[in-house]
Design a protein. Structure first.
Length: 182
């Protein structure tokens, strides 16, 4: 009698990422994941009741990893925070390609997921509050990085320009955030 394969939640998420990376968000189904894992659809649904739950698991994993890279520096000045945000974006983009990002966008079609994302952004803007030139520069830099992320979903990085554009944002932020006496 054969042993039923066991698989962890993390392994299922790893396989799901691989499916999306190779075939895009549309390729990710409970059936495709079951086949990749060598288990039944019921085995996948034991861990992820639906495709929505699976996608939410991927999104939660990515945002948790990104938030961990940012750390918790609540009293930090806005410029330092955005410089760390840019650094975290560079690292995270090596792991999450444009196909993964497209999956993020489809995730936002659910109003509850959209609200969760809005709440996350409100938290970021709370960290960037203030009317100082540095806070204003940090907010503009944040918006530029987020704009680059959205443009990357649409293929702007085909020529490898992503990191040079992040370099530009970082350089301008550093220049704008310098004290007037420099």
């Amino acid at each position: 009698m054969g042993r039923t394969p066991t698989i962890s939640r993390d392994r299922l998420l790893n396989l799901a990422e691989e499916i999306v990376r190779n075939g895009g968000g549309g390729a990710l189904t409970i059936g495709a994941l079951a086949q990749a894992a060598g288990i039944s659809k019921g085995g996948v649904q034991y861990t992820f009741a639906s495709k929505d739950a699976l996608v939410r698991g991927l999104i939660d994993r990515w945002t948790s990893q990104f938030d961990a890279m940012l750390g918790d520096h609540a009293a930090e000045d806005p410029v330092s925070f955005i410089l760390r945000y840019i650094a975290a974006t560079r690292v995270s983009q090596q792991a999450i390609n444009a196909k993964m990002a497209a999956l993020l966008v489809s995730y936002l079609e659910d109003p509850a997921n959209l609200q969760e994302t809005r709440d996350w952004y409100h938290g970021i803007f709370a960290r960037l509050a203030g009317d100082t030139p540095s806070a204003q520069a940090a907010r503009v830099a944040f918006l530029a990085v987020e704009g680059l992320f959205l443009m990357r979903i649409n293929g702007i990085d085909a020529d490898g320009s992503w990191t040079s554009l992040l370099d530009d944002v970082e350089a301008v932020l550093t220049l704008l955030a310098k004290p007037a006496s420099d």
